[in-house]
Design a protein around this ligand. Structure first.
Ligand code: DCP
Ligand code: MG
Length: 406
């Protein structure tokens, strides 16, 4: 039985989500980015007016563009003003990460319902191990891949994706791009030479700008060039592990498993006191423990790579009654002081006459840091709202105190 791994990547993801609510923009060059100004304006007659690239001034960066805009040379990470020179009539829409996360959850759930072995790789892509899906070995995964595409389209109300199916993650990641958008590409071992070797080395996930320019300095430009290089020579120039990996990767070998992992709903810390504490009489001690819990929670979030938008407290009184309170923040955070302040607000809403046995702090409404900052991190000026515009009462930025290990 051969392994069959799919890589699924949504097509022009942010832009396609926007087109679901602004269907009148279908077929037009549309770019997403440039901060949060330039919202569409609803006119009295029910039509909308949109901002155009030609009218933009600022330092914003494009997060993605429709394929119509790409045809004009406008791509992710390009400055909006530069894009305006190429496509002055393209429509500019602001980013709305909450909306993209919502659709991200929908398409992933649709996939999991058909093929449960899913590895989450961010907001718009996943790997799926199809090996054990009944019947999959008969057609190398074609039928199930088509079903996945249909299910994603159905569940999201019209989003398309592209899928590559091959014996491993490395090849599938490449294959999913071959036929974008709305693509479906199956590759077997025989396709290595014809389909993979002609690709530029930097197309391979794991060959970044530094490695690819070093490879180029040795006249190794394509995957096939690397495959033809002597493995000992590769190790000599790129080190034992990376050199060996380059050799294996260029020959289409990759044994990495699909790592399933479901996102936690919340992360919390709690402690039962040595003796019951009273909010007034043991104020100092309670305050110290409370702050420490918040700091530990912030550390947990940072270590696990999450930020939270809902902070809650849990108390158990000396009569064993449990009370919880929570508070939604205007933006995601993993900052200890912001968490401490929000948890303090929650505590104010609890009757603290009885003594306490236990105190806990909980972070819910989690988003991965990858979702919140990347890939915008690269484009600085257009960072996620959580990073750039913390709202009034919680003015601490996401990384106000450096997370451990950062
Ligand atoms: N993204 C971003 N900044 C970048 C690249 C991407 O904010 N420099 C965001 C917007 C994309 C999403 O991540 O919609 C997914 O990235 P992809 O590289 O998969 O790009 P798209 O899904 O937009 O297009 P494609 O059809 O090529 O997959
Ligand atoms: Mg995509």
């Amino acid at each position: 039985m051969v392994r069959l791994i799919a890589h699924l990547d949504m097509d022009a993801f942010y832009a396609s989500v926007e087109l679901l609510r602004y269907p009148d923009l279908r077929g037009r060059a549309v770019v997403i980015g440039g901060g949060r100004r330039h919202q569409p304006v609803l006119r009295a007659d029910g039509t909308r007016s949109y901002a155009l690239l030609r009218d933009y001034t600022g330092r914003g960066v494009i997060t993605t563009s429709t394929y119509e805009a790409r045809a004009l040379g406008v791509f992710s990470a390009m400055g909006v003003m530069k894009a305006a020179k190429l496509a002055p009539d393209a429509v500019l829409l602001p980013v709305d990460f909450d909306e993209y996360r919502k659709y991200s959850k929908q398409f992933k759930a649709a996939v999991r319902a058909l093929a449960p072995v899913v590895e989450d790789r961010g907001v718009d892509e996943i790997y799926i191990d199809l090996t054990d899906v009944p019947g999959v070995q008969l057609d190398a995964g074609r039928a199930i891949a088509q079903q996945l595409k249909d299910a994603v389209f159905e569940a999201t109300g019209g989003l398309t994706c592209s899928i590559g199916v091959t014996p491993n993650k490395l090849l599938s990641k490449l294959a999913s791009e071959f036929d974008k958008p709305d693509g479906l590409t199956l590759l077997g071992p025989d396709d290595l030479e014809t389909r993979i070797w002609p690709l530029a080395a930097k197309k391979v996930n794991g060959i970044g700008p530094k490695a690819s320019s070093k490879l180029a300095s040795f006249e190794l430009h394509t995957v096939g060039d690397i495959a033809a290089a002597d493995p000992h020579w590769l190790v000599e120039h790129f080190g034992q592990s990376y050199g060996a990996w380059l050799h294996a990767a260029s020959h289409g070998r990759d044994e990495r498993p699909v790592v399933t992992f479901s996102e936690p709903q919340s992360i919390s810390r709690e402690t039962t006191f040595e003796r019951d504490l009273h909010a007034v009489r043991d104020r100092a001690e309670l305050g110290r423990i409370f702050t420490e819990l918040c700091e530990q929670l912030a550390g947990d979030l940072a270590r696990k790579g999450y930020a939270s938008r809902t902070i809650g407290v849990k108390l158990r009184f000396d009569d064993f009654k449990i009370v919880t309170r929570d508070l939604s923040l205007p933006a995601h955070t993993l900052d200890a002081r912001t968490i401490r302040r929000a948890a303090g607000e929650c505590l104010k809403r609890v009757d603290l006459t009885r003594r306490l046995r236990l105190l806990g702090v909980r972070a819910g409404a989690l988003a991965t840091l990858a979702e919140l900052v990347a890939p915008q991190a690269a484009s600085g000026a257009d960072a996620a709202p959580a990073l750039r515009e913390p709202a009034a009462s919680y003015t601490l930025p996401l990384f106000d105190s450096a997370p451990p290990g950062a």
